[in-house]
Each structure stands twice: as structure tokens, then as C-alpha cells.
Design a protein around this ligand. Sequence first.
Ligand code: AMP
Ligand code: ZN
Ligand code: FE
Ligand code: FE
Length: 277
Amino acid sequence: MAVDLHIHSTASDGTLTPEAIVKEAKRLGLAAIAIADHDELLGSEEAVARGEVLDLPVVPAVEISTDYEEVEVHILGYWIDPRDACLAERLRSIREGRVLRAQRIVDRLREVGIDRITLEDVLREAGGGSVGRPHVAAALVTAGVCRYPQEAFRRYLGKNAPAYVPRVRPSTEEAIAIVRQARGCPVLAHPGLVPGKPRIIEDMAAGGVEGVEAYHPKHQRGMVRSILRRAQALGLPVTGGSDSHGPGGTYPVAIGAGGAPDSCFEALLEWRKRRDS
Ligand code: AMP
Ligand code: ZN
Ligand code: FE
Ligand code: FE
């Protein structure tokens, strides 16, 4: 059996609802899943409830984009308490920053002559969830400015494109503390995708993460092996998942991809047992 502990839903920039994700995971025969939306808990909470109905273990989770020495590092939080008021408030303020940034992207687009989308169009694409560049891309496609989301990233929204606006992110340290205070397990997401930081796993372990995501579709086999070795040397459990954003987006990876074995879920169960003992 396999697990998928990193899935995005419509509550952030994924295209499948939490309900559809749980159904699909069940159909695939996955042993456990986690919806880890960007800075948002609603999808995860809904999935936990659906999982109870369909008898599929669902770990409550979140993925926080953080800043570590000017580099974007993602921190996953597992077993967080979705009803923790302090966590909810912190994430709400992070999401507010996302809306302000979406407005700045729309302004930039206007400066380069693209005046066919407004902030409201972008927020509509986000459907009340956590707003990201994929929603701006979708709005550009809907308005007929671009044919595909990919084209929107290439021409306007990507890192070196004219309407790129970086997000104001909390520090990694802050995100780890946010997860901790909500009784969650902070895990370093996809270290293989962090550029220019060869010691990111060791640095983050020193900074308080309690697990490392080893299995991910963008981690080549050699990368997975290297992460497993380093995590073991540090005594850290490993997790994994597809990082699926559902069909139709800019990153079409299926639920269940990434090859995370059951032991990833078992390690999280162990972690929780230790926490609660
Ligand atoms: P944000 O968190 O708003 O900066 O958006 C990040 C999301 O945009 C990622 O999860 C990707 O799905 C998507 N994305 C980022 N860069 C690109 C790119 N160059 N092409 C397509 N999609 C991208
Ligand atoms: Zn995303
Ligand atoms: Fe990520
Ligand atoms: Fe992700």
C-alpha cells in the first residue's frame, strides 16, 4: 500500500474539492492521506470529516511558505489542531498578505498594458480560499489574455516575468513555532526543491523541524536516497506525498504519485503517540 501526505485542494490552489480527493484516495486504495493546503485549514478539516465517513485515515495538515535567508522554504505541519484559535489567526493574517500581493500583481499587469483583469476576478478564481499566482493565471485565461496557465506564468507571473511580485512570507522559524504551538509536527517540505541550500535538512533540523519530506514526484531516486540517509543520521522520520494540485492546473500530478510508503504514515502515528504520552 501507499500513502499521500501532501495534497492540495480547492481550499488553496488545487482543483479538486476535499470530498473528491478523499473519494479518489479511497478508490486508489491509499492507506492514509493528508490535505496540506497553502496557509489554509478548511480543506484539511473537511477531508478529516470525509475520511471518517469513508474509513480513510486523514491527517490534519497545512503547508506554510516561509522565508529562510531569502529563499522560499515550505514547512508542513501534521496533526495540528484545526480548531486552534491562534493558528487560525496566524494563517488568516498570512492569507491577507496573499490578497494584498494579488492586488499588486494586478497593478503590475496594468503597468504592462494588461487591463482586463481585476482583483475581484482573481478572488473569484480562488473561490474564497487561499489566493495564489495560479488564480491570477486562471483569471488571465478566463479573460482570454492567455491560452493556458503555463503561458501566464511564462509571460507575466513567473520569477523573472514583468508582473512577478514576491510574497511577504513569515520566517521559517516563525512557521515552525506556529505549527508547534498548535501541537503539530513541523516537517521540512520537498528539500530537493530548495535552491542553493545544500545543508537545508541539517539547518532545519537544528531549527526545530521534526521530520523531512523524502518522497515527492520532483525528487529523483538519488535525491530520495540522499534525503533518507541524511534524515536517518539526524534521527528524523520521513514523510512523502504527491503535492498534487488536481487536474487542469500548471502541475498535473496525480493523487498517490511520489511513491510514499505506509511507513511514512506510521512514523507520524509514532510521533503523535510520543506527543500524547
Ligand atoms: P504562490 O504561492 O502564489 O507564489 O504560487 C505558487 C504556485 O504557483 C505553485 O504551487 C505552483 O503550482 C505554481 N507555479 C509557480 N511557478 C510556476 C511556473 N513557473 N509555472 C507554472 N506554475 C507555477
Ligand atoms: Zn500550490
Ligand atoms: Fe510546497
Ligand atoms: Fe505543496
